[in-house]
Design a protein around this ligand. Structure first.
Ligand code: ATP
Length: 294
């Protein structure tokens, strides 16, 4: 084995995801990310938090190689460019579970999850899978293989989607709030499964969420994004606010509330309208323009 390969392996173990000076804008839009950098180390369970529209989904999709960005060194996942090296996804080393009802299964592309298929057909259709892992996931997610995908509930469909996404033992898993439809038991069991995968195999999970139940003891790191800018990236154990606040929800709430306040300060007040006449004023006469004052 060559020295270069060994060095590559060492780097791979030091950092799972490396984003350095990312710049990204949707077509015709102002830049969402400008000089964004973030490192995530192996074995981490990193929460991605931020207000609606702050850029979490876009960032996950960039890490998943779904958007082309700059050069090959800007976004590295397992020391490879996720966009340029499709083997990362095809091998199952990099898995992305997003909100849509479809699943990228290796080179098979996007598989719809709402047709008249059985859960068994969907799950057993994924090739090259360890049957023991498959059984474990079916049991964990309490999937009935006879479910017809067009007749199941959102939560049941989501279970099948998650199962298919986890069949291959990923090295990096990107989760865009996919637990939202799951009941409490399924969600907590799934979080335990992810924790086990990180602790036993050194896998890395990045999880964008607005639901913080049970995450204080689950996550190792938190990254807070505001308008495409990384405001905080810390180990949860070192998060000073967490010792004084009762839970992670309160900490994130305070971050987002201070954001709202500082944004509110920036809002330019519209020019004041002429005061409208009060119906209690004796000079008041209903006007055909009144609707505009609502
Ligand atoms: N396909 C798109 N084309 C243009 N702009 C987009 C597109 N997708 C997202 N955006 C914009 O990019 C910004 C970030 O969106 P993104 O979905 O990444 O935010 P988010 O943090 O995941 O939000 P949420 O918490 O609501 O899921 C938003 O202002 C959004 O309007």
């Amino acid at each position: 084995m060559g020295k270069g390969v060994e060095e590559g392996e060492v780097r791979r173990r030091e950092v799972s995801i490396q984003i350095c000076g990312l710049q990204f804008a949707y077509e015709g839009q102002p830049p969402l990310f400008a000089e964004f950098s973030l490192n995530v180390s192996p074995g981490s369970r990193c929460l991605l938090v931020g207000a609606n529209g702050s850029g979490k989904t876009t960032l996950l999709r960039i890490m998943a190689g779904k958007h082309m960005v700059g050069g090959k060194d800007v976004v590295r996942v397992l020391n490879t460019s996720a966009f340029h090296d499709t083997s990362l996804v095809c091998s199952g080393d990099l898995a992305y579970l997003g909100g849509s009802w479809s699943k990228s299964v290796g080179s098979a592309g996007e598989v719809p999850l709402q047709g008249d298929f059985s859960a068994e057909h969907m799950i057993f259709g994924v090739e090259g899978v360890d049957p023991v892992r498959r059984e474990k996931l079916i049991e964990l997610l309490d999937i009935d293989l006879h479910w017809r995908m067009h007749k199941v509930s959102d939560g049941q469909r989501r279970r099948v989607q998650i199962c298919m996404g986890l069949l291959h033992p990923f090295q990096v898993l990107l989760l865009d709030e996919v637990t939202v439809d799951l009941d409490v038991v399924a969600r907590l069991d799934l979080l335990d499964f992810f924790k086990e995968e990180c602790q036993e195999r050194g896998a890395t999970v990045v999880y964008a969420t607005h639901i913080f139940d049970g995450l204080e003891t689950w996550a190792t790191d938190v990254a807070y994004i505001r308008d495409g800018e990384l405001k905080r990236a810390e180990k949860l154990a070192e998060l000073s606010e967490l010792s004084s606040a009762s839970n992670l929800l309160s900490v994130v709430e305070s971050w987002l509330r201070s954001e709202t306040k500082s944004t509110a300060k920036k809002v330019v007040k519209p020019p004041t309208r002429p005061s409208r006449p009060s119906p209690f004023d004796s000079t008041f006469r209903p006007s055909r323009h009144m609707a505009y004052y609502r």
